[in-house]
Write a protein that binds this ligand. Structure first.
Ligand code: ACO
Length: 272
């Protein structure tokens, strides 16, 4: 079965969040041509994230200009993100689950802050240093690629708080490490240092802390160097591959290649 999340056409961009919304969410947004950089920007709270952060991330996803091809998520200060701001649990907005439907809607809205990172027209990179805990680890997992500084530590902390990871992280975690290792990481809530994260496939690249930005820039340049249409088609293909039979995947390859051939060699495209 194809992964429906990666087959939706890119929606018309909505209005971007304004400065006040970004500030309330603890985010910075910089769009420079084909590259958007989202910085988690509450360093004094180790970039702990609030409900406003996740809603604003969703809005950033909805408002991305169509020429953006790469999105980088990074953290200001000492850490990528310490996960949910623990004050959220005592705030008025925290649902208690009594109304299952309302709670389902509440969580689904927050998950939208993460799901857009899988869209095929963009490649998303988490640049992780310091801690990536709970919702912070899940944010890194929502990205296509993770570049970790050698001081990075990943931790799926939810079980220690009596919760489950519900910010889209369980699927990519299992896809990357398999069910037994995902169980071990989630049920012990232990720290996973950068080197082990690389061994498990959680981080594609590990780099010295002081070279994180440079390494990410190099990766971004390589991603932008290939054909944009081919990149989107390949992302669609690869994300659906695990859920497809060989026959379905071969058919999907043919479909995508027909689109590529039309684009490259179709009538009106030849420069005879
Ligand atoms: N929520 C709110 N405030 C936080 C959070 C958080 N998740 N994490 C850190 N802070 C605050 C601290 O309370 C502290 O505030 P203070 O300066 O007013 O005392 C400040 O950020 C700095 O934190 P320290 O603990 O002093 O920083 P340190 O670098 O030593 O440790 C670490 C960083 C490991 C991230 C630690 O702060 C921590 O364990 N935080 C809690 C992580 C957590 O349990 N997150 C929830 C995961 S579950 C989920 O996301 C769904």
């Amino acid at each position: 079965m194809a992964d429906a999340r990666v087959q939706e056409p890119r929606p018309e961009p909505a209005a971007p969040p304004d400065e006040a919304e970004l500030a309330e969410a603890g985010l910075l947004l910089d769009i420079d041509g084909a590259v958007a950089t989202v910085t988690l920007n509450r360093p004094e709270r180790r970039n702990a994230m609030t409900f406003a952060t996740w809603r604003c991330l969703a809005r950033i996803g909805r408002s991305l200009p169509p020429d953006v091809r790469v999105v980088v998520l990074r953290g200001a200060g000492k850490s990528f993100s310490a996960g949910i701001d623990l004050s959220m649990f005592s705030g008025g907005e925290q649902p208690d689950g009594a109304d299952a439907e309302a709670t389902d809607r509440f969580i689904a809205e927050l998950q939208e802050g993460y799901t857009w990172l899988r869209r095929p027209e963009i490649v998303t990179i988490a640049a992780v240093h310091g801690h990536a805990i709970g919702g912070g680890f899940q944010l890194a997992l929502a990205c296509d690629l993770r570049v970790a500084a050698d001081d990075a530590v990943f931790c799926m902390k939810e079980a220690a708080l009596g919760l489950v990871p519900d910010l889209t992280g369980t699927k990519p975690l299992v896809e990357i490490v398999g069910v037994p290792r995902a169980l071990e990481l989630c049920l012990t809530a232990r720290d996973v240092p950068a080197e082990e994260a690389a061994r498990l496939g959680i981080a594609e690249i590990v780099t010295p802390r002081d070279r994180l930005d440079e390494t990410v820039r190099g990766l971004v340049d390589s991603l932008l160097a290939v054909n944009a249409g081919a990149a989107a088609a390949i992302k669609r293909l690869l994300w659906q591959a695990p859920g497809n039979t060989l026959e379905e995947q071969c058919a999907a390859e043919r479909r995508e290649q027909i689109g590529r051939l039309r684009e490259l060699f179709g009538a009106g495209r030849r420069t005879a």
